[in-house]
Design a protein around this ligand. Structure first.
Ligand code: F3S
Length: 400
C-alpha cells in the first residue's frame, strides 16, 4: 500500500503511539482488501457499544495518547439518568468509563444510532467512515455518501488518523446494482419496508435495486428497509431508482449492464418472512419496546395518535435520541405519551443486557426485527409486529 509522507510518519510513531496503533489497524485492513492507498475522511460515526471489547479497544488507544483528528459521533450505550438506579454499581461505572474514554478521545457524545438525521449528516459523494449497520447503509444509499461497513474499531481508527483504506464502497465500480428486486407486494407502512428488508436471503449477495416501489417513501421506511437488510444479510448499499441518491433509473442503477439476478417479492413472501421470523404469539403481553433504530419525532407523534383514545395497560419503552426527546418535551409530546403509558428513553440501545436482562422470560412485543434479534441474545423473546398492532396489544395487555 502506498502511503503519503504524513501517513508513513503516523505509522512510524512520529505523531505518537496512539496514531501509530490506529494506522497499523487501517493498513492491515487495507492490505486485506488490496486497497492501493488511504484516503481522507471528513466524518466518522463509531458504533460504541459500551461492552467489554469496545471499552478495551478505545481505552488502549487513549492510553497510547490517541485523539481524534475527525471528531466522530457515537452510538447509544445506556442512559444513567434513566437506568442509574436500577443497574449494578459495576454497570454504572462501566458506562461512566465509556463516556470518559470517548470524551477524552475527542468524540462527540451524541449517543444516537441515527446520526444521519441531524448530528452528523454526510453529503452526496462525501467519503466517511461510518459503523452501525443501519447508519452505514442509510448514508451510502439514501444520501449517496461513501463508506464501507466499518466496525466500531476501524471507524475509530479512521477518526483518529483522518484516513480510511480505499476499497469496496468507496469505489464507483462497486456501487452499481447487481440484483433486480421487483417488488410486487403492497407496502403501506415503514414496518412493511422492514419486512421487505427481511428478504435478504432471497435477494442474495450483491447490491439490490428495488423496482416497483412508490416514489414517496418516508425517511422512516428507508431507515427500516436498510436496517433489516442488515439483519437478514450483509448489505452495504441498495438503490431505489428515483428515490435514493445515486440513481434516477435502471440505466443509472445497473450502469448499463444486465442484472446478475432477478428476484420477485410478493405479498405472500412478506407474510411468510414475518411468520418465520416471529410466529403468531398468544396470551398476555407485559411490555412493548419501540425505537430500534431510535425513533424519529414523526414516529413519536404516530404513537401518540395511536394512544390518544386509550392508554396502554403495560409499559411502552421508546428509545430515541436526546435531541428528539428534548423536542418532544418542549412541545408537550413527552408528557402526553407518559400519561398514556409510554416512556421516552434517551441514549440507549436494546443490546445492553445490564439494562434489559430483567425482561428475560417475559412476553413482550416490538416493531423492530433488529431489536428482537439482538434482545434474543439476552434471553428476551419479543414478538414482532407493526406499530399499530404493538400499541393495540399494549392497550389490551394481550395479543388481540
Ligand atoms: Fe440502535 Fe441499538 Fe438498535 S444501536 S439500531 S437501538 S441495536
Amino acid at each position: 500500500m502506498e502511503l503519503t509522507a504524513y501517513q508513513q510518519e503516523m505509522l512510524d510513531g512520529v505523531w505518537g503511539k496512539g496514531k501509530s496503533m490506529a494506522m497499523q489497524v487501517l493498513v492491515g485492513i487495507g492490505k486485506c482488501f488490496d486497497a492501493p492507498r488511504l484516503v481522507p475522511i471528513t466524518r466518522a460515526h463509531v458504533s460504541l457499544s459500551a461492552q467489554e471489547a469496545d471499552l478495551w479497544f478505545s481505552g488502549k488507544l487513549l492510553a497510547a495518547g490517541a485523539s481524534c483528528a475527525v471528531p466522530p459521533t457515537v452510538n447509544p450505550g445506556y442512559s444513567l439518568d434513566y437506568f442509574g438506579g436500577q443497574i449494578s454499581e459495576a454497570a454504572v461505572e462501566n458506562m461512566r468509563q465509556v463516556d470518559r474514554t470517548y470524551r477524552q478521545l475527542g468524540a462527540r457524545m451524541t449517543y444516537s444510532c441515527t446520526p444521519y438525521l441531524g448530528d452528523n449528516v454526510p453529503k452526496f459523494g462525501e467519503i466517511v467512515a461510518f459503523s452501525e449497520t443501519n447508519a452505514t447503509i442509510f448514508v451510502n444509499s439514501v444520501l449517496g455518501a461513501r463508506t464501507n461497513r466499518e466496525s466500531a474499531a476501524s471507524a475509530l481508527c479512521a477518526a483518529v488518523t483522518g484516513f480510511t483504506p480505499e476499497y469496496g464502497m468507496l469505489l464507483e465500480k462497486n456501487r452499481f446494482a447487481t440484483v433486480a428486486v421487483e417488488v410486487q407486494a403492497t407496502l403501506r407502512s415503514d414496518f412493511d419496508y422492514a419486512v421487505l428488508g427481511l428478504m435478504g436471503k432471497k435477494i442474495g449477495k450483491g447490491v439490490p435495486a428495488f423496482l416497483g416501489l412508490p416514489r414517496d417513501i418516508s425517511t422512516e421506511a428507508l431507515i427500516a428497509l436498510g436496517t433489516q437488510l442488515n439483519v437478514s444479510g450483509s448489505f452495504d448499499l441498495f438503490h431505489i431508482p428515483g428515490v435514493t441518491a445515486e440513481v434516477r433509473d435502471m440505466q443509472d442503477a445497473f450502469g448499463g449492464r444486465e442484472p446478475q439476478r432477478r428476484v420477485v417479492i410478493t405479498d405472500e413472501d412478506l407474510a411468510k418472512a414475518l411468520e418465520a421470523f416471529s410466529p403468531s404469539p398468544s396470551g398476555s403481553i407485559e411490555y412493548c419496546i419501540l425505537g430500534c433504530p431510535h425513533y424519529t419525532f414523526s414516529q413519536l407523534e404516530e404513537v401518540a395518535g395511536l394512544l390518544a383514545q386509550k392508554a396502554s395497560r403495560i409499559p411502552i419503552y421508546i428509545l430515541t435520541s436526546s435531541t428528539v426527546k428534548a423536542r418532544a418535551r418542549e412541545c408537550g409530546l413527552e408528557q402526553h405519551l407518559l400519561e398514556r403509558g409510554a416512556q421516552l428513553i434517551p441514549d440507549t440501545c436494546v443490546d445492553e443486557a445490564c439494562c434489559w436482562g430483567y425482561l428475560a422470560g417475559r412476553p413482550g412485543v416490538t416493531d423492530s426485527p433488529k431489536g428482537a434479534y439482538y434482545m434474543e441474545t439476552s434471553g428476551i423473546q419479543l414478538a414482532v409486529r407493526d406499530r399499530s398492532t404493538c400499541i393495540r396489544w399494549a392497550q389490551n395487555g394481550r395479543v388481540c
